[in-house]
Design a protein around this ligand. Structure first.
Ligand code: 5GP
Length: 206
């Protein structure tokens, strides 16, 4: 048993299929907690406050920043997004693995603050497939789709800063790979300091 739950960050271009992946991972395995972000963007059809996001006004969001309630936040295609800290810390302390599904700037901020966090990047098999998925989703107009593709161009430059790359061409395989990678993180020496200290203390007493 490692010291606490793993903090795993999952990023990927908008349309890479992260949402489906996350849902599948959470339905298959019981030890994951998905962090719910705050955002100033409008809910899409079917999205529920407190389930997909906490939908807040810009004023409320800025209040959360001032009160230090977010572990990280960023602006993405004209809206604010941020991760509330309390839930994340509480879940990790309880030994649960917490997943943040956030964009690259947030991911890199998390890495700065928590060097032990695991950074996973989910990519579609091709850009042609990415465009098809974004258009097929039918929730955004062409301008927003173009803005998101432009953002993908920027984000592509940061892919190399992640720990692992997952190609989402086969959902089943991708979910299993993600699960294995996160579980392997539990075995890292840096996540087992309490155990190591105990063993060393016992040996020192011999
Ligand atoms: P969407 O509007 O499609 O739900 O999300 C847009 C982007 O914002 C996605 O890449 C998503 O992962 C990212 N995102 C969602 N929540 C957060 C957050 O709390 N912090 C950061 N940095 N990015 C987020």
């Amino acid at each position: 048993m490692s010291d606490h739950g793993i903090l795993a960050v999952v990023s990927g271009f908008s349309g890479a299929g992260k949402g489906t992946l996350m849902r599948e991972l959470l339905s298959r395995y019981g030890n994951y907690s998905l962090s719910i972000s705050a955002t100033t963007r409008q809910p899409r059809e079917g999205e529920v406050h407190g389930r997909e996001y906490f939908f807040v006004t810009e004023e409320e969001f800025l209040g959360m920043i001032n009160e230090n309630k977010l572990i990280e936040h960023t602006r993405y295609v004209n809206h604010y997004y941020g991760t509330p800290s309390e839930y994340v810390f509480r879940q990790m302390e309880a030994g649960r693995d917490v997943i943040l599904e956030i964009e690259i700037q947030g991911a890199l901020n998390i890495r700065e603050k928590f060097p032990d966090a695991l950074l996973l990047f989910v990519a579609p098999p091709s850009i042609e497939e990415l465009r098809r998925r974004l258009t097929g989703r039918g929730t955004e107009g062409p301008e927003v789709i173009e803005a998101r593709l432009k953002r993908a161009v920027e984000e592509a430059g940061g892919m190399e800063q992640y720990d692992y790359l997952l190609i989402n061409d086969d959902l089943d395989r991708c979910v299993e790979e993600m699960h294995q990678l996160i579980q392997a993180q539990h075995r890292r020496v840096s996540n087992n300091r309490a155990f190591i200290r105990r063993i060393q203390d016992e040996l020192n007493r011999i």
